[in-house]
Design a protein around this ligand. Structure first.
Ligand SMILES: NC(=O)c1ccc[n+]([C@@H]2O[C@H](COP(=O)([O-])OP(=O)(O)OC[C@H]3O[C@@H](n4cnc5c(N)ncnc54)[C@H](OP(=O)(O)O)[C@@H]3O)[C@@H](O)[C@H]2O)c1
Length: 322
């Protein structure tokens, strides 16, 4: 932890007093320097924060002091499809992140919060929730009555469970832990499969769908789970390729995409426009983000250690005001 000078505020910038930060698996990779991109020395980590506006630059018209805001993972991705500019400048990897008491952002890197969403809840949304939203409804094109397979009970998958159920879809979720599967069912999961005792879980997905297979799989496991995902997919199904929980080395053969006429589409979080649609759905369905536990700012290292242990269910939070 270091003391730093506040950067001066540019005409189009906003200074936010960060109240809460949530962790993503990526923050663990960044802290270990095993993330995709080179990590600058002395980087302030974490992409997901929420707080109160405490100063605004002279040309900023969309925010005022006292506004409640959350950060955008990709400040340059305002809408439309991803392009190189949109996915540049990610917080907490390429650019300084939010694990700091004061965060200075360009105005287009912030989003106003609806009333009724706490800072703690809002801090869970910028990466995991938006990734789940993009996977299900943008790339996955999930429709009511369709079946989605979710893997594990971490941040992305639990948001995907809540969103998919709100949209009237059927959810099959896997976990290494029967207790976590029970908890997922209390959130609406229709079926749970323990991937430790049932490593061939695709067979159970096929059984549960009368041999048809799932419409959408949100692939957070990566190379080590892709083969089961492909086998569990229906003809014409879609894999939203999100994560690397099983590592980066290639393990699966994508040949099954051919007879399944299926698609795999890489997901990279999402845009401001998607964030706004997601916020509308969160408010309309009164979706409450699932927070596993909270740590104090000066105990952030313990929060990362907790994430590494994999014991959590949903999101891990760091409170700046604890
Ligand atoms: N592409 C993107 O834009 C994007 C955005 C967000 C996250 N991600 C990636 O998505 C992944 C998940 O991120 P997260 O923040 O949700 O992580 P997280 O909260 O740390 O989730 C970890 C959980 O994943 C489950 N898991 C681990 N290995 C598994 C396996 N082999 N099969 C099924 N489940 C497994 C475990 O659940 P159980 O304890 O229930 O077994 C574990 O607790 C990470 O690889 C992350 O880098 C990518």
């Amino acid at each position: 932890m270091v003391e730093a000078q506040l950067p001066s505020l540019g005409a189009n910038q906003v200074c936010v007093a960060i109240k809460a930060v949530s962790l993503n698996y990526r923050d663990l990779l960044v802290s270990q320097n095993t993330y995709f991109s080179q990590i600058p020395q002395g980087l302030v980590p974490c992409s997901d924060g929420a707080g109160e506006v405490v100063a605004v630059g002279r040309d900023v018209s969309e925010f005022e002091i006292g506004d409640r805001v959350a950060t955008l993972f990709f400040p340059n991705w305002q809408g439309g499809s991803a392009d190189a500019k949109a996915v540049s400048g990610a917080l907490g990897a390429e650019m300084g992140g939010v694990l700091t008491e004061r965060f200075v952002s360009d105005a287009n890197g912030l989003i106003k919060l609806p009333d009724g969403l706490s800072y703690a809840e809002a801090a869970t949304l910028p990466c995991a929730a938006l990734t789940a939203w993009n996977s299900l409804f943008e790339v996955g094109d999930l429709k009511p009555g369709q079946t989605v397979v979710l893997q594990g009970t971490g941040g992305v998958s639990i948001f995907a469970l809540q969103f998919a159920k709100a949209a009237g879809a059927r959810v099959i979720i896997t976990s290494s832990d029967d207790e976590k599967l029970k908890r997922a069912k209390t959130l609406g999961a229709d079926h749970g499969i323990n991937y430790r005792t049932r490593p061939d879980w695709a067979a159970e997905v096929l059984q549960l769908t009368a041999g048809k297979g799932a419409d959408v799989v949100v692939e957070v496991g990566g190379p080590g789970t892709l083969e089961q995902s492909l086998m569990s997919l229906r003809v014409g199904g879609r894999i939203a390729y999100v994560g690397v929980l099983t590592g980066l080395a290639a393990q699966a053969n994508p040949v099954m995409l051919i007879p399944k006429a299926a698609s795999i589409h890489g997901i990279f979080v999402g845009s401001r426009a998607m964030f706004m649609s997601m916020l509308d759905a969160i408010v309309a369905h009164n979706i409450r983000p699932v927070i596993d536990c909270e740590f104090a700012f000066d105990d952030a290292a313990s929060a990362l250690a907790h994430m590494k242990s994999g014991r959590h269910f949903g999101k891990i939070l760091i409170r700046m005001d604890a």
